[in-house]
Design a protein around this ligand. Structure first.
Ligand SMILES: C[S@@+](CC[C@H](N)C(=O)[O-])C[C@H]1O[C@@H](n2cnc3c(N)ncnc32)[C@H](O)[C@@H]1O
Length: 307
């Protein structure tokens, strides 16, 4: 059986960090004492897929503020076979077209997707969620850079990309993901609303939108919501509240010291906890000579041996 991988490419996705993150997971997860996993900034769920397949988790609570993302997870959870039928149809229609016609196909689908958002009841699961989830996956696989990007009106606005053979129909992976999601509760939630949900025996991983490394890199396009310093501070307060409940907490972010060595924002915000700096490959600068390995920070409220 294959290992399930994230089915979407997502801005800030943690797939490339997984190996480094593993040694920072709490010992109680590794020795089977923690049975509940909690991820309030889910995105493509790279850490969830890793944890859920490596350890004996009984339940997971997976949340994000992006309603299109949550809709898609719920469709995979409940109706993966029907979703796959739509994806197969998209794949067949798209791959037989030449580049110019593929472009037209993409933009027509995108326009339709954006118009249809007014006809979707995001609160109540229905059959018309299924083609919508298929459209999101199709666009994620065929758009420029494979990234979900929204404008301030809430329209998906990534332009078309160029791919020889995009993986629009990935049956085995989606089936496996659907199986994994059976033990999960997936919901659209603002992170501030999760306070009552974590318990002593939970492991919570927070992966909020990055604090911008510089003003031009400001990235707030996952959704129409802002995520600036006041939200980072609000999140740190939540971290403290959950620490009191004795949940095991791990949080990642970009390290502001990459750009400004005197910036102590996170060091001060999380001074009562363990803060680690790990190397990551990331393009942070338009100037080539400034690209390369930069630090990410990890904050833990528990000790780890290997760190
Ligand atoms: C860095 S991404 C998470 C990436 C994920 N860990 C992965 O591996 O793909 C941050 C996520 O936070 C979500 N988000 C932004 N503001 C939020 C809020 N106020 N409450 C909950 N989720 C939020 C975004 O929609 C986005 O999916």
């Amino acid at each position: 059986m294959i290992q399930a991988q994230p089915f979407l490419k997502w801005a800030g996705g943690k797939t490339q960090h997984i190996k480094k993150f593993q040694k920072f997971y709490p010992a109680e997860l590794k020795n089977g004492k923690i049975k509940r996993y909690f991820e309030p900034f889910l995105g493509s769920g790279a850490v969830f897929f890793d944890v859920a397949q490596k350890y004996k988790i009984d339940s997971a609570l997976l949340c994000d503020i992006n309603e299109e993302l949550i809709l898609t997870y719920l469709v995979i959870q409940r109706d993966v076979d029907k979703l796959l039928e739509y994806l197969l149809r998209y794949k067949k229609s798209y791959l037989k077209l030449d580049t110019e016609k593929q472009k037209e196909f993409y933009y027509e689908l995108r326009t339709n997707y954006n118009l249809q958002r007014f006809n979707i009841d995001y609160k109540k699961y229905s059959e018309n969620w299924i083609p919508r989830a298929a459209q999101l996956i199709f666009m994620n696989k065929t758009c420029y850079n494979g990234l979900f990007r929204m404008n301030s009106k809430g329209e998906f606005n990534s332009p078309v990309g160029r791919y020889k053979n995009p993986k629009i129909f990935d049956e085995e992976n989606l089936q496996k993901i659907s199986e994994l999601l059976q033990m999960a509760e997936v919901c659209k939630l603002h992170f501030a609303d999760i306070k009552s949900k974590a318990r002593k025996s939970s492991f919570v991983y927070f992966d909020p939108p990055y604090r911008p490394l510089n003003r031009t890199a400001s990235f707030t396009s996952y959704s129409t919501f802002q995520f600036n310093d006041p939200q980072q501070i609000e999140l740190a307060n939540l971290f403290k509240a959950l620490d009191k409940k004795q949940a095991k907490l791990m949080l990642s972010n970009s390290d502001p010291k990459n750009e400004d060595p005197s910036d102590n924002f996170f060091d001060e915000l999380y001074e009562d906890y363990h803060l680690y700096r790990i190397k990551a490959n990331r393009m942070i600068n338009s100037k080539k000579d400034k690209r390369g390995k930069i630090n990410e920070i990890l904050v833990l409220n528990y000790d780890v041996e290997a760190a």
